[in-house]
Ligand binder design. Sequence first.
Ligand code: PRP
Length: 186
Amino acid sequence: MAKHPIIDDIEKVLVSEEQIEEIVKRISAQIDAYYENRNSRLLLLGILKGSVVFMGDLMKHITVPVEIDFMKVSSYGNGTSSGSINILLDLYRKDFPNTDILIVEDIIDSGKTLSYLVEYLRLKGAKSVRTCTLLDKPERREVNFDADWVGITVPNEFVVGYGLDYDEKYRALPFIGVLKEEVYSQ
Ligand code: PRP
């Protein structure tokens, strides 16, 4: 593991670079198998910002033709409704009916973001909407939601790295680590 200036803030490595590589290979092969021979356009839709590293690795391994785009959303309030999502960057597309959308996420916590986005994109008329996440934290679920492809299920710990942040830091770490409690409890 390369020495990183912020490595001292990490309690332990939860998902190593090697594990992530295996996950990316497995999921990209499953995505290839699922989408091959479809007479439509496959759009990988990354949800900013956390998904960018996973998205970049995934798109390099997928061999079926893909297009890419991004949305940015934020949740607001503490309500349990999946409607409490704010769209900060929307997806504009002329040909939704001929587009298979695969949403790429870094993590599912409450499930509100993906549950909302799947419904939103279906209402826009997408041919299909599927979901893929590197991490799944089922202990945090507030709405009933399962992704179509999950890299790895993780416990309810403060995870950072490989796109995930705390206060916008740690996104560039090449692995998923658990943040030391003293860093976020100050
Ligand atoms: C994180 C993550 C998902 C969402 C999951 O994004 O990237 O988009 O939260 O949470 P949920 O299942 O409870 O809806 P965040 O809002 O932290 O923004 P970021 O990706 O820009 O860090």
